[in-house]
Design a protein around this ligand. Sequence first.
Ligand code: AMP
Length: 283
Amino acid sequence: MALQKCHSRQSLGEVLDSLRAAGNDWALVPTMGALHDGHVALIRQAKAVCREVVVSVFVNPLQFGPSEDFRRYPRDVSRDAEIVRRAGGTVVFAPSSEEMIPKGLTVEVDPGRLGRVLCGRSRPGHFRGVCTIVAKLLNIVEPRYAFFGWKDAQQLVILRAMVRDLNMSVELVGCETIRESDGLAMSSRNVYLSKRERRMAPELYRALRTAWEAYAQFGERRSARLEGLVRQHVAQTTDAKLDYVKAVSLDDLTPLKEVEQGNTLLALAAWVGKTRLIDNVRL
Ligand code: AMP
């Protein structure tokens, strides 16, 4: 079936009505566009669960700080639509800003403490912007499932808390991080990297792997040691500036003194030149 493209809630509503009438469930894959193989993996996994997959493409202004890259964030909806089609997505929902953020929007969804730690410390308001728009997308699209990447682990933990705390009737599914062959986590922001920065960037993941190996092979459980290994590797192999590296609980993002097996996120954010990259491993 041809890919359906909707730019308004109204036209999406009509498509969803026809899916409903045909007795279909559908899944939502929210994105900001500039799609890469990480997004494709999400769409494919959604497709394995639902025949109908709605991919939203919306560069959410509420989640960018005033000095961040909202204006220059890469945008190409026709290219994105073609990628969605090839990955098996059935509907693209690419609303305008006016459609998603009406003038006079005052009610937002604030994730509280969860939104103030890790990335939230250096990006105040970021996760409130994410929650507000994802809540709106879930209300508009009414999917049975919504797919998110572990690449943005804090986002996934926060959205799970939002769905639980606000009794939203959707099931969130987390998908593993897709990486380039040298280990760099795929990201729409990787295009900002210079050649030199691109060569350095995979060291962030290698640093996390060093800590992962110390944990898995040598039984190191002390968070401070594991975080120290990451810092050391990054300092020795790059001139990236770490924003944070932290071992936290996957339940509620509280700092852990020792790894809790199966419930620990070791996450980092770093500036590689002017580009802020994030990555993580779960222990
Ligand atoms: P974005 O377009 O960057 O907002 O990402 C949209 C969705 O794709 C989010 O759920 C991300 O976590 C997910 N995603 C982004 N990059 C990757 C990746 N490399 N692997 C898996 N999922 C990803």
